[in-house]
Design a protein around this ligand. Structure first.
Ligand SMILES: *[C@@H]1O[C@H](CO)[C@@H](O)[C@H](O)[C@H]1NC(C)=O
Ligand SMILES: *[C@@H]1O[C@H](CO)[C@@H](O)[C@H](O)[C@H]1NC(C)=O
Length: 287
């Protein structure tokens, strides 16, 4: 009887451990989801795994990387960017596979002088080839509060969104001979670094190191995604909602993307005829 009791206590403890582990995972915990990969202590996980910060000073920037590799997913993260004079700094937040034929889905935030607008720079690489930049101003100050930056990536489309508003769509046009990222699992990365040779007004405005350290913050990571490990994929479906797998832009989404592109897009490779004198990339006329 005594030994039975001991066993059931052990079971109860194991059960509690499992429940709390599950809750930590469900809440999105930076300790579980990410490794701090560089920056020698400048990247920090705080508040029991609910907050992550990156910092940059003259000696180094910092960065983190997901533990998981993803092959399709809807991935959300809230970011609060470097406040004040952030000129010269770049906060990169992206999905990428490895190697010379890598695929990549990029958000990069280019800092600016106090009061001047950040640029949100986006790009899509397929089979190692990028050159698909689109840049935007934001319709809010991204340094005052956290805002949600999302990538929806399924077999048909990649949609970049900001606070749920789609800003960019990259369709699967493989049937027209245009490569689409669909075979290479990607890690999620973020880093904060100095790029004052090009980032702000094309490199005219330099980083003011008297303002260092510069800090960007992250919270509320959420991935409804297929994770890839040792050659096979497993698709989590919290609340059994797999709608992201087939999601595309609905009519409202199309209207909102038009609104963003009309009012906030400041560069589009698809209209840069000077840059592509031999003709614009093929997806530009098909999209
Ligand atoms: C910084 O502000 C200037 C002046 O408003 C603007 O031209 C530029 O696009 C802004 N952003 C960056 C990253 O240079
Ligand atoms: C599933 O998620 C989508 C958004 O990704 C939402 O619009 C839809 O209502 C959800 N469906 C259910 C049954 O929760």
């Amino acid at each position: 009887m005594n030994s039975k009791r001991v066993i059931s206590n052990e079971k109860a403890v194991a059960c509690l451990v499992l429940i709390s582990l599950f809750m930590a995972v469900a809440a999105g915990n930076f300790y579980n989801d990410f490794d701090l990969t560089w920056g020698d202590g400048r990247a920090k996980i705080l508040e029991n795994g609910q907050l992550l910060t990156l910092s940059l000073d003259k000696a180094s920037g910092s960065g983190f990387k997901s533990k998981n590799q993803y092959l399709f997913g809807k991935i959300d993260m809230q970011l609060k960017l470097v406040p004040g004079n952030s000129a010269g700094t770049v906060t990169a937040y992206y999905l990428s596979s490895l190697g010379s034929t890598h695929d990549e889905i990029d958000f990069e935030f280019l800092g600016n002088l106090s009061g001047d607008p950040y640029i949100l720079h986006t790009n899509v690489f397929t089979q190692g080839k990028g050159d698909r930049e689109q840049q935007f101003y934001l319709w809010f100050d991204p340094t005052k509060d956290f805002h949600t930056y999302s990538v929806l990536w399924n077999s048909q489309v990649i949609i970049f969104s900001v606070d749920g508003t789609p800003i960019r769509e990259f369709k699967n046009l493989a049937s027209k001979g245009i490569a689409f990222p669909k075979d290479q699992p990607m890690w999620l990365y973020s880093s904060l670094w100095n790029a004052d040779d090009w980032a702000t007004r094309g490199g005219l405005v330099k980083t003011d190191w008297t303002q260092a350290p510069f800090t960007a913050s992250y919270r509320s990571f959420n991935a409804q995604a297929c994770t890839w490990s040792s050659g096979s994929s497993s698709c989590s479906s919290k609340s059994n909602n797999d709608s992201w797998m087939t999601q595309s832009l609905d009519t409202t989404g199309q209207q909102r993307i038009k609104w963003v592109q009309k009012n906030y897009m400041i560069y589009n490779y698809c209209t840069d005829t000077k840059r592509f004198p031999q003709g614009l990339p093929p997806e530009c006329s098909l999209a």
